[in-house]
Design a protein around this ligand. Sequence first.
Ligand code: SAJ
Length: 423
Amino acid sequence: MNEVFKGRLAILGMGYIGLPTAVAIATRGIDVIGVDVNPATVAAVSRGEVPFIEPDLAVGVSGAVAMGRLTATTETPEADAFIIAVPTPFNEDRTADLSYVKAASEQIAPKLKSGNIVVLESTSPPGTTEKVAEWIGALRPDLKMPRDGENGTDIFVAHCPERVLPGRIMIEIVTNDRVVGGLTPKCAEKAASIYRLFAQGEILLTDAASAEMAKLVENAYRDVNIAFANELSLISESLHIDVWEVIRLANRHPRVSILSPGPGVGGHCIPVDPWFIVSAVPGLARLIRTAREVNDHRPHHVAEQVVEKAKKFRSPTIACLGLTFKANVDDVRESPAIEVVGLIAKALPDTEILVCDPYVDTIPKLLSGYGNLRLEGANQAVERADIVVLLVEHEPFKMIKHTRLGGKVVYDTRGAWRQQANV
Ligand code: SAJ
């Protein structure tokens, strides 16, 4: 009981989750081998560099590599434990695309020895951890894989969903509670021994399917709550009431805590994970589906509002502030801000649109087809614009003085400037 892992550990996927996890474990004195299919990522990690921005990660990676505890390779090595931290995007029909998880399981299979631990961290629909064991078992009939109600196994397979918030990953990876769901109780216990190395939060042991579902539920919960705020925004707009004031007041009730409306819900998790629940039980997940639809509609609504405002000008210049999926990160995956900009650019092909983001230095691929878009510094863009649309509340944008917005039409989709003045 309360065993702590010793040995060599391989992590498949050197992305937003795999790399911070590698650092957390390597800095506890364990040899960690990071595996990635992308040679550029492997080269960057081997140099002690991080191919994306996340506070405090760069210093962690360079330290772990300098200590010789973290190495990276494209070839899956032999190890005592394997963590799978690869993406689980969705297919066109919004079912989970498990091809990366399957590929990782099949890469691990030939390297396994009796007593090894395999942990799936990727967010996955219920039943995926069991599939990992099946995929491995199919390639390694010589190994006994864990089965419910059966004693003894050669390989311990478990799910430990990542739960860290981009922008706070290096803090939350240590402080968050961890849910560890095993295919058998012994699998959960073995997998927990890895997280005991660095987790200061509680480690909650359960079965694999409950762990899979708990993770999906966490993100669906947030999605439903953001949808509520977004719906309030629509309702307030039509009633000519300030939604931010309504939320501020309602949130003074001891049991009310409404989230913030915005231009939509982005990132690689919240717009994706609730669909894994919907696709598992389409007839039952009505609220979860509706929340997804409400949030997916937001960029369209925001773009329509901007187009309406533009009609009041003969030849307006529009500044769109923010391209990433949320504030203070450089991640543009599933970014509603990009969708809004694209919709405006399409609807107003003759209008000059200036886009700015301190974390983005080239026009994202999704927007490259629009000739009326230009990347610009925020100061110049605000200066030149007739209409200023705040899409992401990055810190530097929040600092823009309201006096500089005077005389312009301002559309603050995040409510970030309303504390300054009634803009
Ligand atoms: N958003 C709003 N209004 C809000 C809060 C967020 O519009 O009040 C928007 C954001 O701007 C962004 C999107 O929602 O576009 C998602 O941002 P987020 O900060 O809520 O979440 P993520 O995607 O960065 O991280 C989430 C987290 N899940 C929960 O908080 C339940 C994180 O803990 C998970 O580990 C992560 O998903 C994941 O990887 O699953």
